[in-house]
Design a protein. Structure first.
Lengths: 234, 340
């Protein structure tokens, strides 16, 4: 579904991604793990078109999207849930979801999807008309996930979905992401929480200093010595 | 009630010339009205997209000069001896051209500076206003420089079969300003409550997220800049044909500051904000004049401004909305109506 080959990304003179290649098959949940500054977020940002890569190819369903705008890429079916402040704080929960469907024009389909998200996340339904910025971190993250799937993507990318959340909420967020995959959407996830990510994913890539140094099935990587020592605490 | 309020306000404004006969006060109403239109245009950029244009008076002045020159005609020689002669055209064409040319200037400034935005946009707009002011001051052949353009014809109202009616009087000009103001209000309100307005608010709140939900940020910023500049140009045109004399002082930085004050005290990002702020700061000099010396008038002006900014940092309109609970369940927000 997604094939990246020799992708290079520079911020000025700094090479943040040094020619990586990876592939995602339809229906998979793929995790990209690694330390801070390894280039994981940059990879997602260049796939979604927020950042334009210096060189390399990003093939999505057989077409090169490396030079497309963020808007075109979203229209082709890749949604991006960026890290950090992931919502529009002064809009209501419902308006945030509407923004996720900004490029859609089928009102009925949108309303159906919104209802589905509200049944899936009862907390959001209760707070439908509340200003999103006044909700807790976990609720905001659920809203961000809901918003990302409002565009009905074929591939959805999550950047650090567990960042800054309480442990029991983290677990809930991972369950939700697993649910999205079960429902047939392909998922690419960047995570620092290596254990949970490896446990959940079908396939994983380990990035270090801008390169992919290891890849394999999640269950295999959990047993890998290098990963155990560097990321799972021995 | 909320829908009725703008209508009641328009009716109240429309009644003013019927009971207010003092020409000085009526004059203050007309000029304040013109500045409110300019402030509404600034609010579109500052309040809805979060971009501060500190050279907004440039679009206002360009509108004034374009409109005046179109209706007065000119005869100039360009480089290489090319002579350009323009015969006077009707005032309404001047108005339309003022809107169009100010809009084009807004496009160019936006195109130039929105690649970088924020502080750079502020700097580009300040420089732009200063450049335009210097051109108006020094291109004497065209603008008469500091000697000013005089005898600018007033707006005329064409009545089919009945001839033309010149809008010389203050009351007539007041209704003209009110009518244009209502049109501008409707345009801005439609724009900000549409998908476009939602995109603008989204990019103000969280730009990187706005990009990732598929909003073409630069395009919407430029759209806001063009609309805003065009409305400021319309206000400038009204100003020129009302005063019937303009000089390069229409580009004074103070005018931009006045617009910014009107928007911020009234409540940026609200439709009524610039109107409320404009009424207050348009009439302070008028009211203060009756009891204070000229020096203390400005002190009063400054003191009131500081007071409002300190006590109501969000602006007057959002504060009033909160007091009266007009904001339904959505605490503290009035800037976005569900776009249905």
């Amino acid at each position: 579904m997604l094939e990246i080959s020799n992708l290079v990304c520079r911020y000025g003179k700094v090479e943040a991604i040094k020619g990586i290649s990876l592939s995602i098959k339809k229906g998979q949940l793929v995790a990209l793990i690694g330390a801070n500054g390894a280039g994981k977020s940059t990879t997602l940002r260049s796939i979604s078109g927020v950042l334009s890569p210096t060189s390399g190819r990003i093939m999505f369903e057989g077409q090169d999207i490396a030079r497309c705008s963020a808007r075109e890429i979203l229209m082709r079916g890749i949604a991006h849930c960026p890290e950090g402040r992931r919502i529009f704080p002064d809009m209501t929960v419902e308006e945030n979801l509407d923004m996720g469907a900004y490029l859609r024009s089928d009102i009925e389909g949108m309303n159906a999807d919104k209802d589905r998200i509200f049944t899936q996340f009862p907390r959001l339904a209760e707070r439908r008309r509340q200003v999103a910025g006044t909700m807790s971190g976990g609720e905001q993250q659920m809203l961000a996930i809901g918003r990302a799937i409002m565009s009905r993507p074929k591939l959805v990318m999550f950047d650090e979905p567990s960042l800054g959340l309480a442990p029991n909420i983290v677990e809930q967020v991972f369950e939700i992401i697993d649910g999205i995959r079960q429902a047939g959407t392909t998922v690419l996830m960047v995570e620092q929480n290596a254990y949970s990510a490896l446990d959940l994913c079908d396939h994983a890539y380990l990035m270090e200093a801008g390169s992919i140094v290891l890849s394999g099935k999640g269950s295999e990587l959990i047993d890998n010595d290098h990963i155990r020592q560097a990321y799972l605490g021995g | 009630m909320r829908r009725l309020l703008p209508l009641l306000a328009v009716l109240a404004f429309a009644s003013i010339p019927l009971w207010l006969k003092d020409p000085y006060l009526l004059n203050a109403c007309v000029t304040t009205g013109i500045f409110i239109i300019a402030a509404m245009s600034l609010n579109l950029l500052l309040g809805y997209t979060g971009q501060l244009s500190l050279g907004h008076v440039a679009f206002f002045g360009i509108g004034a000069y374009v409109s005046a020159l179109t209706s007065l005609g000119f005869d100039i020689e360009l480089f290489g001896g090319i002579r350009v002669v323009h015969e006077p055209w009707p005032v309404w064409i001047g108005f339309v051209l003022a809107v169009i040319i100010a809009g084009i200037c807004g496009y160019l400034v936006g195109k130039l500076s929105f690649r970088v935005r924020g502080a750079y946009f502020v700097i580009v707009t300040i420089s732009f206003a200063e450049v335009v002011r210097l051109v108006a001051l020094n291109w004497v052949e065209l603008t008469q420089g500091p000697l000013a353009l005089t005898s600018i014809p007033p707006f005329t109202l064409g009545l089919p079969g009945l001839g033309y009616l010149d809008l010389y009087g203050k009351a007539a000009n007041f209704y003209l300003v009110l009518a244009i103001g209502v049109v501008c209000y409707v345009i801005i309100s439609r724009l900000t409550r549409s998908r476009v307005g939602r995109a603008m608010v989204a990019l103000k709140e969280n730009e990187s997220l706005a990009v990732s939900v598929g909003i073409d940020v630069t395009r919407y910023l430029i759209l806001a800049a063009v609309t805003s500049a065009a409305i400021a140009g319309a206000a400038g045109s009204l100003y020129a044909h009302y005063l019937r004399i303009i000089d390069p002082d229409v580009f004074m930085f103070l005018y931009t500051v006045t617009m910014v004050i009107m928007v911020i005290t009234g409540g940026k990002g609200t439709l009524a904000g610039p109107i409320v702020g404009g009424l207050i700061f348009g009439f302070i000099p008028v009211v203060a004049r009756s009891f204070a010396s000229p020096e203390s008038q400005w002190i009063l002006y400054g003191a009131l401004m500081i007071l409002i900014v300190f006590v109501l940092p969000q602006g007057i309109v959002p504060a009033i909305e909160r007091w009266f609970g007009v904001v339904d369940e959505n605490e503290g927000r009035a800037k976005l109506e569900p776009a249905k």
